[in-house]
Every structure is written in structure tokens, then in C-alpha cells.
Design a protein around this ligand. Structure first.
Ligand code: TXA
Ligand code: MG
Length: 350
């Protein structure tokens, strides 16, 4: 669509007025597009059972049609309507992590339209841990297909403002529910086999899954980019800011030294550059656009700020962005997965 977008903001308790909630539900039911907050990132929702509605998502985002969407549900019971039998461990996962940032990939029943699965025989389903998101789905009365509510290729949106920037005029309604708690997208887990397999890392980590199921595998693509991913979306350029992001690997002192020289060089060449660094490193860069990555050792803070920081760099017109590679750790693996994509794998050892 190309027209008027209604932007609605939640009240201080995070609620919508009853009439607004009804309107959001009705729009979804009638195959319109509604962007809404979840605990991971904002989603661009449409009726998951109608090809006409789903195709509007691809158009609004500029998304390749072979990249399947996640079906969002508000009640666990809905799952059985859309998926074939699954291994017994799946019930344990739903019990442990739903509602929450875990997307499960099942063998689908024929009722799930091919438009949402990109023609695959599987469907990805998630029950968000966000009360308003579940209320909206409940009001719609149908499962809601929702990719991240960004233009394809851009960093995922973690505030209502991000969604407005990308999709104003392209969707019917945007619900601004404040910043997303997690800040990176859900873990995508294939549960069609004997052992669950992580297709996209996220806040629900491998060891959390293993603790419940007794085993966990990784899609080979996550360790070796040359192998085609099982999750079609993972092959596309992603999360990219307009500026060129470079990641720096090395000791803190070496990184600071390297950066100070590089930033000077950029300045001499008239290139606007900026850094995203740990909170305690910010003081070293007072003549430059510097953003707080979060505290070292607090990956949940880093995840929370990541996409906002990348978008802030764009808003300032920063042409070169520098950030350190994160220390190893399970959640940092999920964050690094996004940072490496955003950087087009540009890493410099200093
Ligand atoms: O946290 C999230 O998951 C957010 C919020 C809105 O829920 N949604 C999100 O959707 O990140 P999207 O479309 O940006 O990413 C969905 C990912 C893509 O990489 C897609 O390829 C993968 O899930 N996916 C969807 N269906 C799949 C399937 N049947 N098999 C394998 N991968 C699938
Ligand atoms: Mg996305």
C-alpha cells in the first residue's frame, strides 16, 4: 500500500485503549498490515492464513519471496491446528520457553499457505513473551505472520520510531510499545528431527535447549558460511547500516590505539566516522561520535542496544563505523552473528 499509516502509542502501563486494540485485531483479520512490538524486535503482522495478506508483507518490506515468515500465536493449543506430529521433546521446549524468544520449525499441515513458508513443507511458529503482542493476536483471532518490521536488509527495529522510519506510508497501522526488551530476533530451532537444530542463534541458547532436550545441533552454515543455510533468511544481506561497519579484534589497548590513529586519518580525509564501544571505553573518544555498546560482560545490554546504535549512526550520516569484536560467550555468539552480517564480515585484527 501507499497511503496513510495510523501510529498508535501505548499508555504508561504498556496498554492500548480497548477500541484501538479492537481496531488492530480487525485490521489483521481483514488482511491489512499492522506492525506491533514483541520482546525481541518489532514484527510486521498480517493474517497468516491468507495469501493476499501475506503477500502484502513481502511488498511492504521489499523481501525476497523465498524467505519464509514466522507464524505468531497467542495460545499454545493453536499449534496442533497447523503442524503435523512432532517428537516428544518439543512439548518440553514449549513448556520451558513459550511464551518466549524461541521459534520452532515444524512439518506443516496443508492449511498453512505456501506464501508464508516460501514453498517449504515446514512452518516456523513462535508465541511471543509480550502481553500486548499476544492480545493483538488474540483480537485478530488468527495466527499472525510477522517478520521483523524493517525494510529488507536494514537493521531490525527495536523501537516504534525505527518502524516509522522504515514503513511509514507502507503499512496500515504501527503500534509503538516502547523499546523491545531483548533487541535481537528469536532463536530459530528446527524440531523436525531427533535432535533439535539451531538455524539462527538468539537469547534462548544452545545450552538452555540442551538442558531441556538432552541434545542440540547447529546448522552447519553457522560455523561455515560457505554451506547453504537451512533457514533461507540467513543467506541474505542483513542488519546493514548505511555506513560501513568494521569490527576490531584484539586487546583493548591495541584497539584504542588503532582507533585513535584511524579516526584521525578519516577526519583528515573528510570522512565522518563514529565508534560503538563498551561503556568504560567511551572516555577515550571524546572528539568523535561515540555510542555506548553496553557494559562489558553484560551481553543482554549489548543485544538491547545493538540495532538502535546502528540506526543512530545512520541518522547522523556516519560513513565509517567501528566496534570491537565481543568476547566469546553464548549470548554474544548470537549478537556476533548479527554484527558480522552487519559488517559484511569485515574484521580487522589489531
Ligand atoms: O524475533 C523474531 O523472530 C522476530 C519477531 C517479530 O518475532 N521475527 C523475525 O522474523 O525475526 P524474520 O522474518 O525477520 O526472520 C525469520 C527467520 C528467517 O531467517 C527465516 O528464513 C526463518 O526465520 N524461517 C522462517 N520459516 C522457516 C522455515 N520453515 N524453515 C527454516 N527457517 C525459517
Ligand atoms: Mg528480519
Amino acid at each position: 500500500m501507499n497511503g496513510q499509516t495510523k501510529v498508535i502509542t501505548v499508555d504508561e502501563q504498556g496498554n492500548l485503549k480497548a477500541a484501538e486494540l479492537e481496531e488492530a485485531g480487525a485490521l489483521l483479520r481483514h488482511n491489512k498490515l499492522v506492525a506491533f512490538p514483541t520482546e525481541t524486535v518489532y514484527g510486521l503482522g498480517a493474517n497468516a492464513l491468507e495469501e493476499e495478506a501475506v503477500s502484502k508483507i513481502y511488498e511492504a518490506k521489499g523481501r525476497p519471496s523465498d524467505n519464509p515468515l514466522i507464524m505468531h500465536i497467542s495460545r499454545k493449543e493453536w499449534v496442533t491446528d497447523y503442524v503435523k506430529d512432532y517428537p516428544p521433546y518439543v512439548a518440553l521446549l514449549m513448556e520451558a520457553f513459550w511464551p518466549g524468544p524461541l521459534t520452532l520449525v515444524f512439518n506443516k499441515k496443508p492449511i498453512v499457505p505456501a506464501a508464508i513458508t516460501g514453498g517449504l513443507d515446514t512452518v516456523a511458529i513462535r508465541m511471543p513473551d509480550h502481553a500486548l503482542a499476544r492480545l493483538i493476536i488474540d483480537k485478530a483471532g488468527v495466527p499472525v505472520a510477522a517478520p521483523s518490521a524493517n525494510r529488507s536488509g536494514r537493521p531490525s527495529p527495536t523501537t516504534g520510531r525505527h518502524v516509522v522510519t522504515d514503513l511509514d506510508g507502507r503499512v496500515d497501522m504501527i503500534i509503538d510499545g516502547g523499546p523491545s526488551r531483548v533487541g535481537i530476533e528469536s532463536t530459530v530451532l528446527d524440531v523436525t528431527g531427533e535432535c533439535p537444530c539451531i538455524l539462527r542463534p538468539g537469547e534462548i541458547t544452545a545450552s538452555m535447549i540442551e538442558a531441556v532436550v538432552g541434545c542440540v545441533a547447529f546448522d552447519t552454515h553457522l560455523k561455515d558460511e560457505k554451506v547453504a543455510p537451512k533457514s533461507p533468511g540467513m543467506k541474505y544481506k542483513h542488519y546493514a547500516p548505511n555506513g560501513e561497519l568494521t569490527l576490531l579484534e584484539g586487546e583493548q589497548e591495541a584497539i584504542i590505539k588503532w582507533l585513535q590513529a584511524k579516526l584521525l586519518e578519516d577526519k583528515e580525509q573528510g570522512i565522518l566516522s563514529g565508534v560503538i564501544v563498551y561503556e568504560h571505553m567511551m572516555e577515550y573518544f571524546d572528539n568523535i561520535y561515540v555510542l555506548n555498546m553496553g557494559r562489558k560482560g553484560y551481553p543482554e545490554e549489548i543485544a538491547h542496544h545493538l540495532f538502535d546504535n546502528l540506526r543512530l549512526m545512520d541518522e547522523q550520516g556516519i560513513k565509517r563505523i567501528y566496534a570491537p569484536v565481543l568476547d566469546a560467550g553464548e549470548l554474544t555468539e548470537a549478537i556476533m552473528n548479527r554484527m558480522l552480517k552487519a559488517a559484511g564480515n569485515r574484521v580487522i585484527k589489531v
